[in-house]
Design a protein around this ligand. Structure first.
Ligand SMILES: C[S@@+](CC[C@H](N)C(=O)[O-])C[C@H]1O[C@@H](n2cnc3c(N)ncnc32)[C@H](O)[C@@H]1O
Length: 196
């Protein structure tokens, strides 16, 4: 949606988002294959796409914000020139709301701080056999109400229902402080492997 693009472009111009890759990928980095294909859904500044590529994966990184994609692309080129990244990253600036993920095409998918159920429901078929999903995003919790649009936060147990029959490697909640507005919120941290 054009609205999302404008909202996020404005936000990227106003403030710097964290550049460090996500804790749960770092903690479970040994799960990553050393080659293959990965998808970073709503990649932002590309912090996780760069980590996946530094492990040797060829990454497709998608985001609606051209400001974010240009920054991510610049940071990737710098890291590639310094030889700290082996794999490639293809950056695509597009709206995930109308995006179709090719089935059985990825060894790794990461989805951080972005919830779009049209995309979420494609993930089970998008991962190859033994493919791994890393996901972290806001979840509803009556003790930690937020002002986030209720369609963009997880319901409790939603992931377990969607990924039933998968190997669940990590499934925990964490309370974080949203720095921008100094508000506590509940996030779900989830890692699952396709056993089919
Ligand atoms: C909170 S940021 C998270 C960025 C990144 N995943 C991370 O964890 O650093 C949410 C991202 O979703 C992107 N986004 C929002 N709506 C989108 C859409 N419809 N299609 C693609 N990207 C979208 C924004 O541009 C923004 O980069």
């Amino acid at each position: 949606m054009q609205e999302d693009k404008e909202k996020w472009n404005k936000r990227y111009l106003q403030m710097q988002m964290p550049l460090e890759s996500s804790d749960i990928i770092n903690q479970f980095i040994t799960l990553l294959p050393h080659s293959g294909s990965a998808l970073d859904i709503a990649c932002g500044n590309g912090r996780n796409a760069r980590l996946l590529a530094s492990c040797g994966l060829d990454v497709r990184a998608i985001d609606i914000s051209d400001i974010a994609i240009n920054l991510a692309s610049k940071l990737y080129k710098e890291a590639f020139q310094n030889k700290s990244i082996m794999g490639s990253i293809e950056f695509l600036c597009l709206d995930l709301d109308s995006y179709k993920i090719t089935p059985k095409s990825y060894d790794v998918i990461c989805n951080f701080y972005f919830l779009n159920r049209k995309i979420l429901h494609q993930i089970p078929s998008a991962l190859k056999s033994n493919g791994i999903l890393f996901l972290e995003t806001f979840e509803e919790n009556k003790d930690y109400p937020t002002n986030i649009d209720s369609t963009k936060i997880l319901h409790q147990n939603e992931l377990l229902e969607l990924f039933k029959n998968w190997e669940i490697i990590l499934n925990q909640t964490k309370i974080i402080t949203r720095d921008r507005i100094d508000q506590k919120a509940c996030v779900r941290q989830f890692i699952a492997r396709n056993q089919i």
